[in-house]
Design a protein around this ligand. Structure first.
Ligand SMILES: N[C@@H](CCC[C@H](N)C(=O)O)C(=O)O
Length: 289
């Protein structure tokens, strides 16, 4: 079983090429694989296959609207084994992987996700680093809500970027105060607004087109970056500044990305790194309960 390991601003993934869709990605297997002691260690898993093959194998009940049978499809799993609709950093790593391995020859193509097609532009890439823009699609605002983070009640904006987010801009927050927040415990949030859970972003107000952000991801815990989360953060930061559109540089613990919002749609540009590739022991994989 081949694998690669990659990250986008240190949001890291095990990439599993599975063009014939042979792998049974049961939740417990994914969780063990993503465990940093018992497995390879990652925030999530990206299975690489064509959408039609995933549908034929029953992984997808139907193709998401706008995704064609022949499109690449990022079958994304969180580190706890749960399935999520979208992963912005994951799409950049997925596209980089396809180009670096020669599975894809074009620099512009579509990556399908459970929340629909995500067109990508690979600006540059080699076997280890790349720079990719992802069309993140429509952004839907869900209204105000709150979360308790490190004992503090924060107000945020619920935002659907294909997956659910609560982006909390705190006017009194500085980059230093943000860095000192304890995000080891899961935020408490409103289950009525987010019955399937939510990714929570905490961020500083917009200054000179930039914000600092940390995130607690559904199905993972604190990560060093979240691509869909940076889009949600950019929407909330612009809204707090009385704006609906523009470019926002989002600094996260793992690096920096650029989010562009225009006409209710978002684009995410940022780096990708492919760190290693190798083989997973089949006996080890088969023995996972
Ligand atoms: N890290 C991702 C988001 C992954 C999915 C998320 N944890 C969820 O459950 O919605 C990103 O880069 O967007």
């Amino acid at each position: 079983m081949e694998f690669s390991k990659g990250h986008g601003t240190e949001n890291d993934f095990v990439v599993l090429p599975d063009l014939d869709v042979q792998l049974d990605l049961r939740a417990d297997r994914v969780a063990t694989l993503c465990d940093r002691r018992s497995g390879i260690g990652a925030d999530g898993v990206l299975r690489v296959a064509r959408a039609g093959a995933l549908r034929a194998a029953g992984v997808l009940a139907a193709l998401p609207e706008g995704v064609g049978e022949g499109d690449w499809f990022m079958d994304y799993r969180n580190a706890d084994g749960s399935i999520a609709e979208m992963c912005g950093n994951g799409v950049r790593v997925f596209a980089h992987y396809l180009r670096a391995t020669g599975l894809e020859r074009a620099d512009e193509f579509v990556v399908g996700s459970r929340s629909g097609p995500r067109p990508v532009v690979v600006h540059r890439c080699d076997g280890s680093t790349g720079e990719v823009t992802v069309g993140m699609g429509a952004v839907r605002e869900l209204g105000a809500s709150t979360a308790t983070v490190d004992g503090q009640l924060l107000t945020g904006l619920g935002i659907d970027v294909g997956n659910p987010h609560l982006a909390c801009v705190s006017d009194s927050l500085t980059a230093d105060k943000l860095a000192s927040l304890d995000l080891t415990r899961a935020p408490i949030f409103d289950l009525t607004l987010f019955p399937s859970g939510v990714n929570v972003e905490i961020l500083t107000p917009l200054v000179d087109g930039s914000v600092d952000m940390r995130v607690y991801e559904r199905g993972v815990g604190e990560t060093r970056s979240c691509g869909t989360g940076t889009v949600a953060a950019a929407v909330a930061a612009l809204r707090s500044a009385g704006r609906a559109e523009g470019e926002v540089r989002v600094r996260v613990p793992g690096g920096e990305v650029l989010v562009t919002l225009q006409g209710g749609r978002a684009w995410l540009r940022g780096p990708s790194v492919l760190v290693a590739s190798g083989r997973i022991g089949e006996a080890w994989w088969d023995a996972l309960a």
